[in-house]
Design a binder for this molecule. Structure first.
Ligand SMILES: Nc1ncnc2c1ncn2[C@@H]1O[C@H](COP(=O)(O)OP(=O)(O)OP(=O)(O)O)[C@@H](O)[C@H]1O
Ligand SMILES: [Mg+2]
Length: 240
């Protein structure tokens, strides 16, 4: 098996979704949400995923981020079919290599902003990193240095979103999956977050971002993928 640390792992694709389907059981019926989605994202790409509400964007993101399993088809990350590795290996891959910004933030209510940002490092961290210092720096980067000891209920929606962005970067992931990362932000703060992702992308990180904002997709992404009713409708390459 090829693993992420394996030098033989020469797949230039960070993400491969091969004929991925996801259906949900609702009552007696299986309702298809994603229908044979094929997607390849190469290392260093900045990809935007767009599509109407309910078209399956978050479902696809959850599959790419290995938070969910496809009903059919397979997902490979960095050349490894994730269904072939153990739960421990998968947890490590997710914890170190993927930074996830959830649409609904998923902050832990009883933890402070600082502890929320640090949280992923309790399970997995990179050796030699002062995680508390890094968490503080990231909160500073998203403009929340004066809120580090606030709990999520004491933060606004936009502030919670910025904590979620800071948390996604704590382990310096190679792949950033962001579900509407600027949906609750004013345009200035939104631009700052997008500039941060752009900077990380220039340093070689791969970014996949869901957005409803066509301008954001156009300005920041190399490629826009449109989902409609669980299909990839078309691909618009905005760089060529
Ligand atoms: N656990 C579930 N059980 C049943 N149906 C579900 C479940 N999760 C999602 N769905 C359905 O899957 C479809 C796609 O949901 P998804 O959250 O992926 O949409 P989305 O494109 O991210 O929408 P939005 O832009 O509103 O965030 C929706 O119709 C939703 O009702
Ligand atoms: Mg969604």
């Amino acid at each position: 098996m090829k693993t992420i640390e394996n030098p033989e792992n020469d797949d230039p694709a960070v993400v491969r979704a091969n004929d991925v389907c996801r259906s949900y059981q609702v009552g007696d019926m299986m309702v298809p949400v994603l229908k044979n989605v094929n997607l390849v994202v190469k290392k260093g790409e900045f990809v935007a995923i767009m599509g109407p509400s309910g078209s399956g964007k978050s479902t696809l993101m959850n599959l790419i981020g290995c938070l969910d399993r496809p009903t059919c088809g397979s997902v490979s990350l960095m050349g490894t079919d994730v269904s072939t590795i153990s739960d421990d290996e998968l947890a490590r891959l997710r914890g170190l290599e993927i930074g996830f910004v959830f649409q609904s933030f998923n902050l832990v209510p009883r933890l402070t902003a600082l502890e929320n940002v640090e949280l992923p490092t309790y399970a997995n961290s990179r050796p030699g990193v002062d995680t508390r210092k890094r968490a503080k720096e990231l909160l500073e980067l998203v403009g929340l240095e004066d809120r580090i000891n606030y709990r999520p209920t004491e933060l606004s929606g936009g502030q919670s979103q910025r904590v979620a962005v800071a948390r996604s970067l704590i382990n310096d992931p190679s792949l950033i999956l962001a579900d509407e990362p600027t949906g609750n932000l004013d345009s200035k703060t939104g631009k700052e977050i997008m500039d941060l992702f752009t900077e990380l992308n220039k340093k070689g990180r791969t970014v996949i971002m869901i957005t409803h904002d066509p301008n954001l997709a156009k300005v920041y992404a190399d490629r826009v993928i449109n989902l409609k009713d669980g299909y990839i409708e078309d691909r618009i390459d905005v760089t060529n």
